[in-house]
Design a protein around this ligand. Structure first.
Ligand code: SAM
Length: 280
């Protein structure tokens, strides 16, 4: 297949800059630039958007995003060892790549980005889910982003797109599907990465809806749903006891039988429950 750019292959970049993968940073690198270009295309309209990339590492996805025409990429990377490799990409695409060294959980990138903004990332799953929940639960909606294109362990990806009644259905599905549409766009076997992780991965693409599917306060919805699924085998009248006094009345207002389990309750009913709890 044709090279996506005239920079050195990623294997060479990793060797030149001594980027031996660190477990503590959850580093599993993608080396196939045709694959990273494919992930970049899944992110949607790149030419008309600024892209926030979290965890570029040696820059495989970054190069995919730039080669596919991203207007600008702002990349936040915690590992200082990656900076020289990323500087080479910056030089190849003058004015289109900005790199910030630091922890994505602590940096506010918005001052460096112009809407429309899309997010693309291949992150360690704990950082990825933490950021995903933050991106889905701002007080105001629509959020700063138009879409999120994120790599997760396959099992986490399934939790994001899960439907009621399934084992994977829980807080992530509800928060994601409440304000966004979410689908799995690509499956990747462990061998796509170096080093190969133990499990398969998948890319999830989420598009922000102009407004949530049903009204609810994000903090209350999050709290109610977390309580319900923390004890997912229990009936809701028991698992939600600590959420608000008179929880059975709130369940009745929301049209949820008190003997129901969290897994059986759909998005609309969760939102109705959150509204009733919020109203006191
Ligand atoms: N995007 C590259 C790729 O696809 O080959 C690297 C992916 S690797 C799974 C995850 C990257 O996220 C690593 O480069 C790691 O150093 C970085 N990282 C881990 N935690 C981070 C954090 N809190 N903030 C920013 N980057 C982080």
């Amino acid at each position: 297949m044709a090279a996506i750019d005239d920079l050195p292959p990623l294997r060479e970049v990793i060797e030149t800059h001594g980027l031996r993968a660190k477990k503590t940073l959850g580093q599993n690198f993608l080396l196939d630039l045709n694959l990273t270009a494919r992930i970049a295309r899944a992110a949607g309209d790149l030419q008309g958007s600024d892209i926030l990339e979290i965890g570029p590492g040696p820059g495989g996805l970054t190069r995919g995003l730039l080669a596919e025409g991203a207007r600008k990429v702002l990349a936040i990377e915690k590992d200082s060892r990656c900076m020289p490799a990323l500087a080479e990409i910056e030089a190849r695409y003058p004015g289109r790549l900005q790199v910030i060294e630091g922890d994505a959980l602590e940096i506010d990138p918005l001052a460096h980005l112009t809407p429309p903004i899309r997010v693309a990332a291949n992150l360690p799953y704990n950082v990825g889910t933490e950021l995903l929940v933050r991106w889905l639960t701002p007080k105001e909606w629509p959020p700063f982003w138009e879409s999120l294109t994120l790599m997760f362990q396959r099992e986490v990806a399934e939790r994001i797109v899960a439907q009621p009644g399934s084992k994977a259905y829980g807080r992530l599905a509800i928060l994601a599907q409440w304000r966004a549409s979410a689908r799995i766009v690509l499956d990747l076997p462990p061998q796509a990465f170096v080093p190969a992780p133990k499990v398969s991965s998948a890319v999830v693409h989420l598009t922000a809806l102009p407004e949530p599917r049903f009204p609810a306060d994000p903090a209350v919805l999050s709290r109610v749903v977390a309580a319900g699924f923390n004890q997912r085998r229990k009936m809701l009248r028991a698992s939600l006891k600590g959420v608000a006094p008179g929880i059975e009345d709130h369940l009745a207002v929301a049209g949820i039988p008190p003997t129901e389990r969290a897994e059986q309750v759909g998005l609309e009913q969760w939102c109705a429950l959150a509204r009733s709890v919020a109203a006191g």
